[in-house]
Each structure stands twice: as C-alpha cells, then as structure tokens.
Design a protein around this ligand. Structure first.
Ligand SMILES: NC(=O)c1ccc[n+]([C@@H]2O[C@H](COP(=O)([O-])OP(=O)(O)OC[C@H]3O[C@@H](n4cnc5c(N)ncnc54)[C@H](OP(=O)(O)O)[C@@H]3O)[C@@H](O)[C@H]2O)c1
Length: 403
C-alpha cells in the first residue's frame, strides 16, 4: 500500500493489506462492488465501436459517489476524465479519493490525454479497475499509477467487464476493425424490391440514426453490386441531405471496378476499392488503412459473407412495417443446413438499448451470443487479478490507443 493511500476510506473503500493478491469480487468490499456495478452500468451508455465501453465512478473519502463518467466514443473524453471533470466542476476535492473503472486507465492515448496522469494530478490515491487494457502492453497505466504511489488493484467484476466488451477484445486481439453490420429491411426481410428499388425502406428517423452512426465510424463498406444498382454516396448527411461533420472512408468490395462517374467518389475521392471477396482480407486492408470501426451496409451477399465468416461484432436492424413478398432477401446462404448450426445472437442492451422505436420502424440491436470459448479463462481476452505489487499485462498490441 502506498504512503498516500486510503486515509479516511473506512466508510467505503477499505484497504486490503499491502501486496495481498486480490481475486474475483470476494476480495473487494460491498462499497467497492457497488461502485463497480455503477461504473459498468454507466459504461453501457456509450456507443460500441473503435473504443471499448468504459465507465468510472469517483468515490470520496466518506464513500459517497462524487461523480460517474463514461466514454462516449472515439475522440471524446475517457470515462476517468469524464468523471474527474464532473467532480471538479462540482467543486469536489479529490485528494485521497478513489476511482473505480471498468478498464485499466490508459497511460498514453491518441486524441485525449493519458488517464493515469489525470488521476495522479487529481490527487486520487486508490484505483480499482476490472480488466487490463489490451493496448500497448509495454506502458500500462497501472504501472505509471503505482510508480506515483497510487494504490492499484484489479480483477473486480472482471467477468462482467470482459463480457461487456467481449467482441471488442476479440477484434483487438485479431488486429481487425470492430464490425457493425447494418440491415434496413421490410417485415419480410427484404432489402430491395424485385425491380431493384430500395430507397427508402426505412423511416426518416431510421435514416437519421444511420447517418449519425456514419458520422462516428471510420469506414463504410458495400458490395460492387450495390454501387452499380443504387449509386450511393455513402456520406454522413444532415436532415437537409447535406454532407456534414466527419465523413467515413467509403469502401467497395468485389472484383469489378467502380465506374469513374459513380457518386461514391464524391468530391474528396476518399474511396477504397477492395478487390477481394474474402471478408477477412477486406478487414486486413481496412485495418492497414487505420480503420478501427467499420460499418458494413450491404447488399445481401456482402452482409451474408461477413455473417458467415463470424466477423460481425454488432448487428443493427432497422425493421420497417412494410411487406414486399418478393425482391432481394436481406441474407443469402450462410452455409447453415440444420438448426443446431444456427447462428445465435442476443439482444444488446448497451448503446441505446436492444429495441428502439424510430418513427414507424423498430431499431433492433444485437451482438453474437457468447460461446464456450468466451468463457475460457485462457482465452485471448482473459485477465488475471492483480495486487498492489504485481503488475501484469494481457492481450494483444495494436496501433490504436486506450479506451
Ligand atoms: N436496404 C438496405 O439497407 C440496402 C443496403 C445496401 C444494398 N441494398 C440492396 O442490395 C442489393 C444488392 O445486393 P447484392 O447482394 O445483389 O449485391 P452486393 O452484396 O452489394 O454486392 C455483391 C457483389 O459483391 C462482390 N462480392 C464481394 N465479396 C463477395 C462475397 N464474399 N460473396 C459474393 N459476392 C461478393 C461480387 O461482385 P464482383 O463480381 O465485383 O466480385 C458480388 O456480385 C441492391 O438492390 C441494393 O439496393 C439494400
């Protein structure tokens, strides 16, 4: 335990003996568990994508929750900075306080400052986090915090924290973008009528939601056939139909070339032709271009190829109360011939919830159901617990940084 540590924390965050290994939730007291549950609930409010969902609770020396923060997506404040900022804005003195975080505080991050330093600067003396950040193993935030005399423990609610970002950890370990798959379909699972018309199956509210998502992702992907039939722009547009804000890289997958006059070229020419039919190869090329969050938008053969390859981390379905009876089915053959092999998905309550009503449509939000591999403690995302004196790292190195 550090010299700076835990004075006055008896009402909430009781100190474990110096150097004692922590394990699971049993090694942490009820107040610490409660703070972590609040941090996990806060984390789930953020958007899934290039960065993990992260929540943080600053706990005062009397055990009260001074502020709760969460990460709102790439380029925005990290959960710790959000919580510390709120507490400071409320005039709280954070000297001697504790912070409970669902992911190891970052040591170095790209677009925002390092959280470990922000914690040290705030005078916080006790850090509890759930799981290690798999980025940048050489320079973890826990090491920096300990070196500054901050007491650091980890492993509290590790299973829940790993599950929260299960597919993000997988994507990081595989060095590929996090993949969101989008389907705008009728009630009978059609994404276009038999004459090829598909604009618009969705309500204006669903389209606005989709354009907001386009403004957060790094890249958007369609098949060559969609470019040839729909001639889409694939820009993030406002309600007036004007391109607005950050624009994603526009990627087209397939062997055929893109016509010179295709609208997808746009004014900026920020287009990438992926001359492949292999989804993993496409992801590798996009990752090499710096893409960390990809939205796959269609059509059905591209959607099916990514689903069949198990390369979809998040599924968003805009379901319109419309029937066509014929036309292009949302999905093609997934290579499944018996129910036992069906792909299992689960409703995702994070990032806005499992079901939203958008105008006349339903927006369904799902993620792949957990598999036996996900529960394997030796799996790529597994994180051991740690003590004050036992720094450790897990996971893979990637070019991206922090939560
Ligand atoms: N409602 C919606 O949200 C939505 C969104 C997008 C599209 N759509 C509709 O979807 C329809 C197009 O769907 P689609 O299935 O015909 O075309 P698609 O999925 O857009 O493109 C299929 C083409 O992509 C290439 N390709 C790349 N990888 C492939 C793979 N693994 N397997 C098969 N082909 C691969 C092939 O062309 P190459 O010969 O060039 O390799 C193939 O012909 C259009 O009617 C469009 O309006 C609807």
């Amino acid at each position: 335990m550090s010299a700076l540590n835990t004075a006055g924390l008896s009402a909430g965050f009781s100190a474990a003996p110096s150097g004692t290994a922590q394990s699971g939730t049993a090694a942490f007291n009820a107040a610490e568990n409660a703070a972590m549950q609040a941090a996990l609930a806060a984390a789930a409010q953020g958007p899934r994508g290039a960065n993990p969902l992260v929540g943080a609770v600053v706990v005062g020396t009397d055990g009260t929750h001074l502020a709760t923060g969460y990460h709102r997506g790439a380029g925005t404040a990290h959960a710790e900075a959000d919580a510390i900022g709120q507490a400071k804005a409320a005039g709280r003195d954070l000297r001697g306080a504790a912070i409970v975080v669902t992911l190891e505080p970052c040591n170095h991050c790209g677009r925002t400052g390092p959280c470990a330093q922000a914690i040290i600067d705030a005078g916080i003396t006790d850090v509890i986090y759930a799981v290690d950040d798999p980025h940048d193993p050489a320079a973890g935030g826990a090491v920096t915090l300990r070196a500054a005399g901050v007491r650091v423990r980890s492993g509290l609610a590790a299973e829940a924290a790993l599950d929260l970002n299960r597919r993000w950890f997988d994507a990081v370990a595989a060095k590929r973008p996090f993949v969101t798959l989008h389907i705008a379909q009728t009630l009978d699972s059609r994404i276009a009528a038999s004459d090829g018309t598909s604009q618009w199956i969705s309500s204006p509210e669903s389209l606005a939601d989709n354009h907001a998502l386009r403004g957060r992702i790094d890249a958007i992907l369609v098949g060559t056939q969609t470019v040839l039939i729909d001639n889409p722009r694939l820009t993030a547009r406002n309600a007036n139909g004007e391109a607005e804000g950050k624009q994603p890289l526009r990627a087209v997958m397939g062997y055929r070339g893109i016509p010179d006059d295709a609208a997808i070229h746009g004014a900026d020419g920020n287009v990438l032709h992926l001359a492949t039919r292999d989804p993993r190869e496409a992801l590798d090329q996009l990752f090499a271009h710096g893409v960390r969050h990809l939205m796959v938008e269609g059509g059905s053969r591209i959607l099916s190829a990514f689903l069949a390859a198990g390369l979809v981390d998040e599924l968003i379905v805009y379901l319109a109360p419309t029937l066509l009876g014929s036309g292009t089915a949302a999905l093609d053959d997934l290579g499944i011939t018996t129910l036992a092999d069906a792909q299992r998905w689960e409703w995702d309550p994070a990032s806005g919830g499992a079901v939203q009503v958008l105008g006349r449509d339903l927006r369904l939000h799902l993620r792949p159901a957990a598999t036996a591999d996900d529960a394997d403690p030796a799996g790529p995302a597994a994180t051991p617990t740690s003590s004050d004196t036992t720094p450790h790292r897990t996971g893979a190195d990637t070019a991206a940084g922090g939560n």
